[in-house]
Ligand binder design. Structure first.
Ligand code: 5AD
Ligand code: SF4
Length: 446
């Protein structure tokens, strides 16, 4: 299983592994040892398809070599490139046996059987009427770091149609899993030792799942129910849309200590005219006010965001408005990207595309500011005692690594049995993207 792209792909790969296990397949590290190779792909930005074709060229050599030795090898392409470019893949890489979009993973065993029987290629990129989660087997404990943290998809797809984005086309319409199925999976995952759960969705805070009471539950209600699970110490969710940040969810950040004080809340731009062109449905000031309300509810809340530089029509003044928003809000961490044309999306054909050189210049300035803010945020916890959830071994011998409530990696010298526990750590030093500290004895609230 080769996984590219977002956390949801990581989760999906684990679920594809689960669905194949009853057929006798188990994951291996080396593609040359694999009877089936699944490439789980991402289509969000530039050159996604080219990257897939070049990887397929490499995998073809492995497949050919194995088959020359009489060992059959099934080659499958999954994920968002499969969804968007399925026909192209079969045309340009006819040695691919299976192409499957993200909504068809439950049909994988059937496709494997078909490919074996017919010998030809099988393609499934429809959006089936049935929900794949109703047909996928129960999730095994997900293979994350030492089984301490895990992802759980609760919502998928998007109806927002931002001008630049392929997700509504590759992942399909917004759909939420029923509450009972989410809670059951969460309980199983926690029983296997996981202490921190990250709920996933392309618009996770638009979650509206069928509740056990027959009503529709929002993400906030789900969070309160999850917080009741004994042993589940930390809850996160990603990715959120500012428009779906309801009062109930903001209140949950105040009420639930398990809801971690770190929120990825992409704003994309700080210019009202670009936000309008992007079809984001809110202004820069709406975002500022939302952040204020979140910080009132949970004063230690830190924010993370995504930014797009050079959306069609972005002027110097628009870019400056983005810089101003960043200065006003202050981000603990952020991802920033140059706008990249995605065929079939509204912005792709828009006039006033921004020149690459100008995008480079703006991105450089923006990333310098974000880096300053990230360093300042990491510096601000030096001298504090923070509760660290230990996830595994650090790079140096005798060193263990964990994560703070704000998702900062923290290294300490300590014994291996720290893994899976939350311990108070005195933060002493900042490295470029992580922190160093010492275990301390006193108890601090999580
Ligand atoms: N160009 C650049 N960045 C994009 N993103 C989504 N589509 C594009 C695009 N066409 C970014 C957004 C989104 C993140 C996952 O990827 O910032 O939040
Ligand atoms: Fe893409 Fe916008 Fe939907 Fe996010 S909200 S997945 S950026 S269309």
């Amino acid at each position: 299983m080769i996984t590219w792209g977002c956390q949801m792909n990581v989760y999906d790969s684990a679920r594809m592994t689960d669905v194949l296990r009853p057929l006798g397949y188990t994951p291996v590290a080396d593609p040359a040892a694999a009877e089936m190779i699944i490439l789980n792909t991402c289509h969000i930005r530039d050159r996604a398809a080219e990257k897939v074709f070049s990887e397929l060229g490499r995998l073809r050599l492995i497949k050919d070599e194995r088959e020359a030795q009489g060992r059959k090898t099934v080659l499958a392409v999954a994920g968002c490139v499969a969804q968007a470019e399925g026909e192209q893949i079969l045309k340009r890489a006819p040695y691919v046996d299976i192409v499957l979009g993200p909504q068809t993973y439950h049909r994988l065993p059937e496709m494997v059987a078909k490919a074996a029987r017919a010998g030809g290629s099988v393609i499934e990129t429809d959006f089936p009427a049935e929900q794949k989660f109703d047909f996928l087997p129960e999730a095994e404990a997900p293979q994350t770091v030492e089984n301490v943290t895990a992802f759980l998809t609760v919502q998928e797809g998007c109806d927002k149609f931002c001008s630049f984005c392929v997700v509504p086309y590759t992942r399909g319409a917004e759909a939420s899993r029923p509450v009972a199925s989410v809670l059951a999976e969460a309980r199983r995952i926690v029983a296997s030792g996981v202490r921190e759960l990250t709920l996933l969705g392309q618009n996770v805070n638009a979650y509206h799942g069928e509740g056990p009471d027959g009503g529709t539950w929002a993400l906030a209600q789900l969070a309160y129910a999850l917080a009741e699970i004994p042993g589940l110490e930390r809850i996160r969710y990603t990715t959120s849309h500012p428009r779906d940040m309801g009062d109930d969810l903001i209140a949950a950040h105040h009420d639930l200590p398990a809801l971690m004080p770190f929120l990825h809340l992409p704003v994309q731009s700080g210019s009202d005219s670009i936000l309008r062109a992007m079809n984001r449905g809110h202004t820069a000031d709406d975002y500022r006010r939302l952040v204020d309300r979140l910080r009132t509810a949970r004063p230690d809340l830190a924010l993370s965001s995504d930014f797009i530089i050079g959306h069609p029509g972005e002027t110097d003044a628009d870019f400056e408005a983005t810089m101003q928003l960043i200065r006003d809000v202050g981000f603990a961490q952020a991802f920033s990207f140059k706008y990249s044309i995605r065929p079939g999306t509204p912005a792709a054909g828009a006039p006033l595309q921004v020149k690459e050189a100008l995008k480079d210049e703006r991105l450089y300035a923006l990333q310098a500011l974000l880096r300053e803010q990230q360093d300042a945020f990491n510096d601000s916890v030096i001298g504090d005692v923070a509760p660290v959830l230990f996830t595994g071994h650090g790079r140096k011998p005798g060193q263990m690594v964990g994560r703070s409530p704000w998702l900062q990696p923290v290294h300490v010298d300590g014994p291996a049995d720290l893994v899976g526990t939350i311990r108070p750590v005195l933060i002493t030093q900042r490295l470029s993207n992580s922190l160093v500290g010492n275990l301390v004895e006193e108890c601090v609230p999580a």
